[in-house]
Each structure stands twice: as C-alpha cells, then as structure tokens.
Design a protein around this ligand. Structure first.
Ligand code: PBG
Length: 329
C-alpha cells in the first residue's frame, strides 16, 4: 500500500481541468424537474410570500414558464393547483373535475410546449376544506380505502387531460396498484407512475402549503399517513411495496435531511429514484443568501450535487431554472 508522500490526494485537485476530469458526478439540466403552481384568473402572476422568487401563474401564462424550462434543457415540470376556497369541499370533488386548474394547465402546456413532460400530483389536499390529503371520517381521521378510490379517479382524470407521469403524494396504502390497474383499464398504459414512496411528515413543507393555499385550513398534522422522521428501514418497505404495485420510479421527500434514505433506496433497488428538494429547503437557501450568510449560486449547485452524489436520478427543485442557467453558463 503506497501512502504519503508517494500518494498525495491533492494532486487530483490541483487545477480546474484536473478537477473537471476527475469529477465523479456532474449536474445537467436534465437532472431537474420544475414544480409550478397554477392559479385562477388570466394574465396573473402571484408571488408567494414564503417562497421568494416563486410565483403562481394563471393557466394562460403557464406555458411561457414551461417553454423557458424546455429551452434550458429541463425535461419535465410538476404542476400544483391553488384551488379557490369556494371549490374546496370535504369530499374534494374538484379533484375529479376534468376542467379543474390542473387539467387546464396540462392542456395549455401540451398545446404550447409538447416536448416537455408533465408530472401531476395525486393527492386531495389542494381540494379539501380541511387540508388533508384524503377523505376524513367524523373524527377527522383520514380514511384509507375511500381515499384510494378518489385518488384512482383523480389520476385517470389527469391522465385523460394529458399528464405523462402521475405522482401519488398522499401516502395511502395500496394506491399505486389501484392507480396502475385503473390506468391500464382506461387505455393509459403509457402514463408512468412516480410514487412519493418515502414521504416524511415534515416541517419543511410549510411554504408549499402556503403556495397551494392549504396552510390555514389544515387541521392537525399528517403523521397518521406520512412517515415518521425517526424511520429509515421503513422507507425500504414502502419503496418495495410501491415497486411491487407497479411504480415506475420512486421518490424520497424531503431532500437534504433525508439523503441517507435516498442513498439506501437507490443502493437497495437500483430503480429511478428522485429526490424532492422541498419548499422549506428552498426557503432556507434563500434566507441564508438574503442574510449574506452564504453565496446563493454556490448553495444551489452544492445542494443539487449532493443529491447526485447520493444516487438521485433527478431532483424536483424550485431552483431548477436558476440551476439550469448556472450550468448552461
Ligand atoms: C401534498 C404535497 C405536499 C408537497 C408536495 N405534495 C405537502 C404536504 O404533504 O403537506 C410538499 C412540497 C414542498 O414542500 O415543496 N400532497
């Protein structure tokens, strides 16, 4: 075994070209999925206070953003609706409306930017009056099987509108298999499923709930369906189940605080594994930069590289446009 002074690790870091040549991972715009928020109205851009730099866009302005993403080399966008309060009900009926914000958003983007992929969230929280991802019983508990029936119908409605990937983010049991068979039955065999397989009950979702307008509505918390941050092995079981039920790709969420889970999932299954760098992580980076505590561009690139190093196939990130611009130079 040769060691110092014969072996000097710094030789490999000695110049920019050497570092470039020896880099184990590289960021590319195709690593990113851009989440976008959709609102009612026309010609609207609504800045989101807790997510500085991110806005909700009305359907007629959504395609501009998607076109910019495509131009930068981003392969896919993820859509989330800010459903008007009057359309939020206990039974989340608006989730099944083929003309809801999401379906109109899908069609607008498909029309204008057919080359970009569209991922949609399957969960009821943007449509319920209580802000939970599912239907609740009279004690306010989220009921699994009745919720799954709704999610199945919601996924089929999104697929019919043109979604390329449906992404159940609700954490109900058995929903991936139920959605897969409904999609097959309905002729949507090309629509893929990205399962939010290991989704933790996290404080990092705060700004997102503000963005979709469910923040003030949520009664209680989501700990009876989203995972306990204490658990790592349980994530492996969740992923195993979702894959067995027909998930094409899986996701770990949040991102940076759960890199250990991401790496374990990727190393265990070797399937397409995505990370969601969630709204609270975005807000944390922005706040650090704003406070002058660190360089914003460097934080963006370093955190995204961390996902790649941990084994991520790609990352859902609100910094997708910024990152792609930085990478493209
Ligand atoms: C809801 C959903 C959430 C996110 C994506 N889908 C929030 C939640 O579970 O409460 C969070 C994304 C983010 O924080 O950026 N089904």
């Amino acid at each position: 075994m040769s060691s110092f002074p014969a072996l000097r690790m710094r030789r490999g870091r000695s110049s920019p070209w050497m570092r470039e040549m020896l880099a184990e991972n590289r960021l590319h715009p195709s690593d990113f999925i851009l989440p976008m928020f959709v609102c009612e109205g026309s010609g609207c851009e609504e800045p989101i206070a807790s997510l500085r730099g991110v806005s909700r866009w009305s359907v007629d302005r959504l395609a501009e953003r998607a076109r910019e993403a495509a131009r930068l080399g981003i392969p896919c966008v993820a859509l989330f609706p800010n459903t008007p309060a009057r359309l939020r009900t206990d039974d989340a009926a608006e989730a099944l409306n083929p003309d809801n914000l999401i379906c109109r958003g899908i069609r607008a983007i498909k029309d204008a930017v057919p080359q970009i992929g569209i991922l949609t969230d399957v969960a009821l929280d943007p449509y319920t009056s209580h802000g939970h991802d599912g239907l609740t019983d009279d004690r306010g508990c989220v009921v699994n099987d009745a919720t799954v029936e709704m999610l199945v119908r919601q996924a089929v409605v999104q697929a019919a509108a043109g979604a390329d990937i449906v992404a159940p983010s609700d954490m109900m049991d058995g929903r991936v298999g139920a959605i897969r068979s409904a999609l097959e039955q309905d002729g949507h065999c090309d629509v893929a499923i990205m399962a939010y397989a290991a989704k933790y009950a996290s404080a990092f979702y705060g700004p997102f709930r503000d963005a979709v307008g469910s923040k003030g509505l949520l009664k209680g918390d989501k700990r009876s369906y989203q995972m306990d941050p204490a658990n790592g092995f349980e994530a492996i079981r969740e992923v195993e189940l979702d894959l067995a039920e027909g998930a094409d790709m899986v996701m770990v969420k949040p991102g940076l605080p759960y890199l250990d889970v991401l790496a374990r999932v990727k190393d265990t299954f070797g399937v397409p594994t995505f990370a969601y760098q969630v709204s609270g992580e975005y807000a944390m980076i922005e706040a650090a930069a704003e406070a002058g505590a660190a360089d914003r561009d460097a934080l963006i690139l370093e955190t995204l590289m961390a996902f790649k190093r941990a084994g991520a196939t790609g990352v859902l990130t609100y910094h997708a446009l910024d990152a792609a611009r930085l990478i493209n130079g």
